[in-house]
Ligand binder design. Structure first.
Ligand code: ADP
Ligand code: ZN
Ligand code: ZN
Length: 712
């Protein structure tokens, strides 16, 4: 019998598919003649160990998703395709024997060649891509010249890790040394270190810039000294070269990062190196929670509140929640760090299910930014900028500082309309207007991603009197450019950073420290330190105050606090200006006057009164189809099947989704809610049966979202 965790090839209709053995049985309910034979065993040895399979089994069950698809979403592509689980060979370059006695001065006339020789003499063997990464130029011609001179030779090595193995075991720290912790950091560090043996989850609530990352680094040092591997999960937009470098600069150890720049081969290599215990530190976004490890010792989830931990389609798992479950399976500590805890984690900490540590002061020289609410009522506002705000920006720029302007809407304007007849350019496939973009000129739907050329006349009455309503980052960029002609304005959003490295280029200019204005969406809110920024502007705080989603205010508080946290990280005190038409709104007041911590505890009370998560558990059954009747009838039928089956299960709906039509499909949802997790899980079991059995379900796309974050 084949043990679980190996890949096999199986016949499936006329095709052959790759599968992973998850279990075996000596009997079956299926008629014997219908059971097919495995056509080929791919792995000679288990690919996934029992603990990892348990994680997959548990998550498939919890999120009501087929385990096969759960594996599909997280295994490296080459493994899914049935290719061998072996690292591939790469060409490397190293110094020849004669080069070892070379006088470095002899290459003085060829400085690039000299740099290559110096690098190789320090590190050993490198691929040309690694040389390029280290020296920031393509070394092709240098390498050919050096080879002609007999100074370098070609070799072959098998992993991404080769630059580290020479030093391994010699010295733990790299070029960055640990900092001396302040009192609060030391306290948190000691408390968490004392939990190093066995499972525990600790919420580390530390204001932005309080030195959480420094604590992670020192805890990681402890785990590495104990011979363990460490898994670090970060939000999607935090997985930047700066983040990765911070770990690489601190430790003389092999760090693998699952970032989007890896090709399939590198991804497989990183995965195998983690599995085999070759890699010491593994950094990645939510799917990295499924990375196999040979000697796991610590899991860190940075910015645990970030909504990118929840996958929004297909296998709708939470990377953070699975990290906690995995810590329990592996019997190792889990650390959740953030300045703005999710209400779920905060509640778990307050009720004692998690350990809790707080950092209330900024580390180093930085101090807390001061908040200022700019009430827009009665003010002159041009292009979304009030006069008071423009004055403030001017003052900060005149003091040679930088300004960050946050607006969570990309494009030029969210609405293009006809001034004569009132027609609005709307996406025919969605309940949404087109957003006007200027660079390049186009109309784009931000919900189905459809794009069409910009128009110059109304499509209803033919008038050329077209105008815009609302503001996006492009318009803000333009307006600020006109107001401050001598100051560079850099826009950072999904459009301006689409090209590879463009974000890095902009950031490099900002880090130069010269006065400038940064305009951007939430890409700006995480992971970056802008020491030169002394003024942060929240252009529009009102969206979050009146959101239909019960998490709206929580998310607004997190976003404002995170963006505000970019200010004043250097020596100069930061200021945060918030524009709103609702300056007396109690939620906004609480946030600004008391800070996120007390604000979040207040929101928890409201959740409790409303019996909302984390005081109840939710799942959303979603259905969509080409006509309105299909998904509504489908969910009604499902609801009837469920009614009365499970005590304590509440059913709300079916109701049209907040965006009823998207991508040409009509969408409905049915909400399941229960005070006990077990009641919800039982309800989900009946729900899945009802949905799978429904006769028209092939015309309908349906899905279940357990612990939903997005209700659109
Ligand atoms: P967080 O992760 O909480 O945002 P970081 O760990 O990135 O905070 O620290 C913020 C800044 O403070 C960094 O520049 C870091 O080098 C510095 N810092 C952190 N801890 C200390 C310390 N104990 N002494 C001096 N500087 C520190
Ligand atoms: Zn018109
Ligand atoms: Zn659309």
């Amino acid at each position: 019998m084949l043990e679980p965790g190996r890949r096999v090839e199986v016949p499936f209709g006329t095709r052959k598919l790759i599968g992973v053995i998850t279990g075996s049985s000596s009997s079956s309910d299926f008629p014997e003649n219908k059971i097919k034979k495995i056509s080929k065993v791919i792995d000679n040895d288990t690919l996934l160990d029992e603990k990892l399979l348990s994680l997959y089994r548990w998550s498939a069950d919890y999120y009501q998703h087929p385990i096969g698809q759960a594996l599909q979403t997280s295994l490296p592509k080459q493994l899914r395709r049935g290719l061998p689980a072996a690292v591939s060979i790469e060409t490397t370059w190293q110094l020849s024997k004669s080069a070892r006695n070379l006088d470095p001065e002899s290459l003085k006339s060829a400085p690039r060649q000299q740099q290559v020789v110096e690098l190789l003499s320090k590190i050993g063997a490198l691929t040309s891509a690694q040389i390029k990464e280290a020296l920031e130029f393509a070394p092709g011609s240098c390498l050919s010249s050096l080879m002609e001179k007999g100074l370098v030779v070609k070799g072959e090595q098998s992993t991404l890790q080769l630059r580290f193995d020479k030093k391994k075991g010699v010295e733990l720290y790299g070029k960055d040394r640990p900092l001396t912790l302040n009192t609060e950091q030391q306290q948190a560090f000691d408390a968490i270190s004392s939990l190093a043996n066995g499972y525990s989850t600790t919420l580390l609530e530390g204001v932005t810039g309080s030195g959480k990352t420094e604590i992670y680094l020192q805890l990681i040092a402890g785990a590495l000294k104990a011979g363990s591997q460490v898994l670090v999960l970060v939000p999607e937009i935090s997985l930047t070269p700066q983040t990765i470098r911070r770990f690489q600069d601190r430790f003389n150890r092999y760090v693998v990062a699952f970032h989007s720049g890896l090709n399939d081969t590198q991804r497989l290599t990183a995965w195998l190196d983690a599995r085999d215990g070759t890699a010491d530190i593994i950094i990645g976004t939510r799917s990295a929670v499924f990375t196999p490890m040979d000697r796991p010792g610590l899991i860190i989830v940075d910015e645990e509140h970030d909504s990118s931990y929840k996958q929004q389609d297909g296998f709708r798992y939470s990377g953070r929640d699975l990290a906690i479950y995995r810590g329990r399976l592996l019997n190792i500590p889990v650390i959740l760090g953030t300045a703005t805890p999710s209400l779920e984690s905060l509640n778990n900490a307050l009720t004692g299910r998690y350990h809790y540590q707080a950092l209330t002061e900024r580390a180093g020289e930085a101090s807390h930014p001061a908040f200022r609410i700019l009430d827009l009522k009665g003010m002159t506002v041009t292009n979304g900028l009030s006069e008071a705000l423009v004055d403030s920006i001017r003052t900060h720029l005149e003091n040679s500082n930088q300004v960050l302007v946050f607006l969570n809407r990309r494009g030029f304007a969210p609405i293009l309309l006809c001034r004569e007849c009132g027609w609005i350019a709307a996406c025919p496939r969605c309940d949404s207007s087109y957003t006007l973009h200027r660079t390049p000129a186009s109309l784009s739907c931000h919900h189905c991603e459809s794009v069409k050329p910009a128009i110059t006349a109304c499509q209803e009455c033919g008038s050329s009197e077209l105008g815009t309503m609302g503001i996006g980052t492009e318009k803000t960029e333009q307006a600020l450019g006109q107001l401050f002609p001598g100051t560079p304005v850099y826009r950072i959003d999904r459009d301006s950073t689409r090209k590879k490295d463009s974000l890095q280029h902009i950031l490099a200019k900002v880090y130069s420290g010269k006065p400038c204005i940064l305009v951007g969406t939430q890409i700006l809110s995480k992971g970056h330190h802008f020491p030169g920024v002394t003024l942060v502007v929240i252009l529009d705080a009102d969206g979050g105050l009146f959101s239909g989603n019960f998490r709206g205010q929580e998310h607004m508080g997190q976003l404002i606090t995170q963006v505000a946290g970019r200010a004043g990280r250097g020596k100069d005190i930061g200021e945060v200006a918030i524009q709103t038409y609702n300056s007396s709104h109690p939620t906004l007041q609480a946030l600004v006057n008391d800070g996120y911590g007390p604000f979040a505890r207040e929101l928890l009370k409201e959740r409790k009164m409303g019996n909302l998560p984390p005081y109840s558990f939710m799942a959303l059954a979603k259905a969509e189809a080409a006509t309105r009747a299909l998904p509504e009838n489908f969910l009604n039928a499902v609801r009837e099947k469920l009614a009365g089956k499970v005590n304590g299960l509440q059913l709300i709906g079916p109701l049209p989704s907040p965006m009823e039509k998207r991508g040409g499909l009509f969408r409905f949802q049915l909400l399941l809610e229960a005070e006990k997790r077990s009641v919800l899980q039982l309800g989900l079991h009946h729900l899945m049966t009802a949905m799978e059995k429904h006769e028209s379900n092939r015309k309908i796309r349906w899905a279940v979202d357990v612990d939903p974050v997005d209700f659109t």
